[in-house]
Design a protein around this ligand. Structure first.
Ligand SMILES: [Zn+2]
Length: 284
């Protein structure tokens, strides 16, 4: 770890998605190494709402990493190693219902994993580079997102006059291609709300470290089976995100302010009963 002379520390984390490459001015850059390799970028630490916040651009600040190449384990590990215990994960998604058009803010309460081949656990039975062997851990994923974090984001959005969709299912596809119309119609027929490429495995990895994780979805387009035109393009996604990024940042700041200073949600107890055996991560 390099950078600031003091030991870098943050209690809250934000993993910014497409279009959100910076959070605050004047943040301190901190390079963090992990047993899983480097995270997507250096981390940025600053103060928001009187609390230390670490920001990490999920795709790297130049958007060099496609969703399937992101080192999700390194990203979550890096945040945790700085002391972060509550994470907000904003990302751009496609709406799967006509009512969820561009500019909709959705705070899902479920996800469906349609990715393939992503490293999605810290507990895979293989020794870490330092020879430590993590234990076997099966975390509950019945309710994948932090209830306190969801409440904070919903209240923050309502407080800013941006009425959010409370709940719904985010289906996460492997990408980097968008969905076919048939896939999109199938997602919609299943009652799912939005489709994205980065929502998984962040929530799982956060839970495996006992972190609170809240997914925050900004709808940038209607998915191929819902809209009637040519289908979504990446340029459209970024354009819609650009028009909404400032108010999304405002909601994130207000949500950070509302996150409880003392956790009494179940997330912190996710590893009770297991002997994880992960090294080098200090507990508060
Ligand atoms: Zn929690």
């Amino acid at each position: 770890m390099t950078g600031d002379q003091r030991t870098p520390h943050a209690e809250l984390g934000v993993i910014g998605g497409s279009g959100l490459y910076a959070l605050l001015d004047g943040m301190t850059e901190v390079r963090v190494d992990t047993p899983y390799g480097p995270p997507s970028d250096t981390l940025f630490i600053g103060e928001a709402a009187g609390r230390r916040v670490a920001f990490l651009p999920r795709h790297g600040r130049g958007h060099g990493l496609p969703p399937h190449r992101i080192n999700y384990r390194a990203n979550l590990w890096a945040l945790h190693s700085l002391g972060v215990r509550q994470v907000l994960g904003p990302c751009a998604v496609g709406g799967l219902r006509p009512a969820y058009g561009p500019g909709t803010l959705l705070v899902p309460d479920q996800f469906v994993d349609r990715t393939s081949g992503r490293e999605q656990t810290f507990y895979d039975g293989r020794p870490l580079p330092d020879g430590t062997l993590p234990g076997v851990v099966h975390v509950s994923m019945a309710d994948p997102y932090c209830p306190a974090g969801r409440r904070a984001v919903l209240e923050a959005a309502r407080g800013s006059g941006w009425e959010p969709v409370d709940g719904g299912t985010l289906v996460v596809i492997e990408g980097p291609r968008f969905s076919t119309r048939a896939e999109s119609r199938w997602f919609t027929a299943n009652g799912w709300s939005a489709v994205g490429m980065t929502g998984h495995p962040e929530a799982v990895l956060a839970r495996e470290l006992g972190l609170c994780y809240t997914s925050v979805n900004l709808v940038t387009d209607l998915d191929a089976g819902v809209e009637t035109g040519e289908g979504v393009t990446h340029a459209e996604v970024l354009a819609v995100f650009g028009r909404n990024v400032d108010r999304l940042r405002g909601v994130l700041f207000a949500a950070l302010d509302r996150l409880p200073r003392r956790r009494d949600c179940p997330c912190a107890r996710a590893l009770d009963g297991f002997t994880p055996g992960l090294p080098g991560v200090p507990e508060p």
